[in-house]
Design a protein around this ligand. Structure first.
Ligand SMILES: C[S@@+](CC[C@H](N)C(=O)[O-])C[C@H]1O[C@@H](n2cnc3c(N)ncnc32)[C@H](O)[C@@H]1O
Length: 379
């Protein structure tokens, strides 16, 4: 394999030369013997920031590929004494060794194991799971590997099941009865969180989302892990269901799946999704602290994007209701109002990072419909 040296953040990185694996002028990172995806630089930039504020002393990069994550955590998050790298692919492990040397990372261990077997042998302050597709096969083992009071993060790129487009796959991987709804971008993240909560509860542990978001083609969630059966029971209480009326567009949460009609218009044409997480998607104190000290990461390629998503996450976390304006306008046969006009009309609402055509608000459904109708009339 021919190697090429690139820079990412403060790291120098050897990756398989894409030119060698190009087919008919095209290149996909999965065609190379070791995986390196430049489309995930934002994910890694943001992770470097978040990990800095978590301050773990030991880190496991359980699915390392080139080793870029663990190396960047050492070079840029400035908190870890020891980084453990792992990949079941032998070519990866050879490249990880070279990249560790290139970046002079001390105190490392590199394993060539199945991540699940490794994660049952070790304990760490922070475990990062960044798989191809769903993180579900690694949830139980990764929670097991987190030390008391530690942290775990997951990337999930399998949006089709999470957003309800692949319903059977969602049931298999997340044990959620899912449908594609107008608020499925947010629901997908809540389905993923619900699965992690359920798996943790098996081990009498509970997890709390510190920061979670959607970007490009994936979800990313960082959790704090707490021990104790009682706490696990309390978190499970916050799992539930949500239904969306296919006639009027109203949606409501419920703690039971047995909902037979829309409580706004009485229609029986409703779709119910669950179990899913009904609690907060971020820990406001944690994200506020991160937001106030973000400047030290202004050298990052995606600093501006991190700043804007952090601001949006904080703002939208004040609201529960999620309304896609295209969907509501189609149900009520109005023009689609501009998001800015809807926010102005409601007075108390936010844009959402999930989708540029949706808003978040705690206003009553009647008020939302009134704004849509008035804005449509005056267009
Ligand atoms: C999406 S890539 C990781 C990308 C990397 N974290 C990054 O930021 O560039 C997933 C990696 O997991 C490895 N992998 C897949 N299944 C595994 C398993 N069960 N145990 C260990 N490694 C595995 C693959 O070889 C691949 O290198």
């Amino acid at each position: 394999m021919r190697l090429k040296e690139i820079d990412e953040g403060k790291a120098k990185l050897l990756i398989p030369d894409p030119e060698e694996f190009r087919k008919e002028g095209k290149f996909d990172p999965s065609w190379a013997p070791v995986f390196y995806n430049p489309r995930m630089i934002f994910n890694r930039d943001f992770s470097v920031v978040i990990v800095h504020f978590l301050s773990p002393k030991t880190i496991v990069d359980a699915l390392s590929a080139t080793g870029i994550r663990g190396i960047r955590y050492y070079l840029e998050s400035y908190t870890a004494d020891e980084i453990i790298f792992n990949d079941r692919n032998k070519d990866s492990v050879e490249l990880i060794q070279k990249n560790i040397e290139l970046n002079k990372v001390p105190n490392t261990k590199v394993f060539n194991k199945d991540a699940n077997s490794l994660l049952y042998e070790i304990k760490s302050d922070f475990v990062d799971i960044d798989p191809f597709g769903s993180p579900s096969p690694f949830i139980l083992s990764s929670i097991n590997a987190v030390k008391r009071g530690g942290f775990v993060a997951y990337t999930a790129t399998d949006l089709a099941p999470l957003e309800g487009r692949a319903r059977r796959s969602c049931l298999r991987k997340y044990f959620t009865f899912n449908y594609k709804l107008s608020l499925s971008k947010e629901i997908g993240l809540r389905v993923l969180i619900s699965k992690v909560i359920q798996e943790s509860a098996i081990m009498e542990k509970s997890v709390y989302p510190l920061i979670s978001y959607y970007s490009d083609y994936y979800y990313r969630v960082f959790f704090r892990v707490i021990n104790g059966a009682k706490k696990a029971d309390e978190v499970l209480e916050k799992l539930g269901f949500i239904y969306e009326c296919q006639d009027c567009g109203y949606h409501e949460i419920s703690h039971t799946q047995c909902i037979d009609k829309c409580s706004y218009c009485g229609s029986k044409n409703i779709k119910t999704v669950g179990p899913l997480w009904l609690g907060n998607l971020i820990d406001k104190d944690f994200v506020n602290g991160l937001s106030q000290n973000l400047e030290k990461f202004s050298y990052l390629k995606y600093y501006d994007k991190i700043r804007s998503i952090v601001d949006l996450l904080l703002n939208e976390s004040n609201y529960v209701g999620y309304y896609n304006l295209d969907f509501l306008a189609s149900k009520h046969k109005t023009n689609v109002p501009a998001v800015s006009k809807m926010i102005e009309c409601l007075g108390d609402a936010s844009r959402t990072h999930f989708d540029t055509k949706s808003i978040k608000t705690n206003k009553k459904f009647e008020d939302i419909l009134l704004c849509i109708k008035n804005l449509s009339y005056y267009r």
